[in-house]
Write a protein that binds this ligand. Sequence first.
Ligand code: AHG
Ligand code: MN
Ligand code: MN
Ligand code: MN
Length: 329
Amino acid sequence: MPKEINLYRFMKGRNEDNQDLITALEHMSKAAIIISDQLAGQLHLMSPSAESINLHGEIQHYLDQFAEQQFLNALTDSDSCFAVISEEQEDYIQLSSALSQRARYIIALDPLDGSSNIDVNVPVGSIFSIYDRFKSASPNHPAAVLQDSGSQVAAGYFLYGPATMLVMALSDQVNGFTLDRSLHEFILSHPDIRIPENGSIYSVNDGNYHQFDRGTQNYLRFCRQQEEFYGSAFTARYIGSMVADIHRTLFRGGIFLYPATTAAPSGKLRLAYECRPMAYIIEKAGGLANSGPKNILEIDLSSPHQRAPVVMGSAEMVRTAQNFLNSSL
Ligand code: AHG
Ligand code: MN
Ligand code: MN
Ligand code: MN
């Protein structure tokens, strides 16, 4: 038995009917390796293609479009994906592979997350949620399948950092795989990841402080005053790529917030392909993921690019934060 456990052997070892899932994950991994290779030192790819602005009014980088195309090509080839909703496309994309009627999954995709960081060489990632459409009463209608998160069967992200990693949550646990470039394969490196119950790192764009509601401001003052009142200080860390901020939170413990602001009353992050997948991962690792008074995974998706304010991370920290945030609800 080879010593490394690659993604295929890991999934086969689960002894369940998951061949379609293995196919989808293997094809997405292939796309991620291509994206990772492109990111390595291709300076001309780093600059935003200034003339293109996406449907969110954000500057669209060449790599946003390149990454999306790699995933769409790979998922079409996989014959396991019925449709995709991508950050960079207005509506659901039906994959026109011959067998798509049999294709089991609908995938919500952020092809490149943190793209404002690309041209300063800060880690970026790709985020995905996988829905089993046959768990839905309306399997041929992607919007109906994704309305509630009940048919979400997996979620994960690729992180293009010093190492390229895949962190993937299935029904029962979260596992980390690291790209072995000599093998061109993701190898199991972090089995059964559990987020620390508590932590001392808070992650938020503090520049928006005066746009936050009172409860959020009170929580952030509580974080800043830890040393004064409780003896040991918290640490503030904010990278600006959600994948990198969540990855650190998952491994070190802590709390990540993207609250509502006066400019963005529903927050900035998109429910389908940023909030839900990260909430699924954080919760399967033992953490908490809320939006206002609700758990993120309880929020219905009524439009493909709907935004939601989020607070997620170590359970103890999220519970403490929620006490402050509730005072504004
Ligand atoms: P994307 O690059 O996919 O559009 O996502 C960017 C998101 C997310 O990665 C990050 O947490 C957030 O934008 C940072 O927003 P601010 O710059 O407003 O803090
Ligand atoms: Mn974007
Ligand atoms: Mn994103
Ligand atoms: Mn993106």
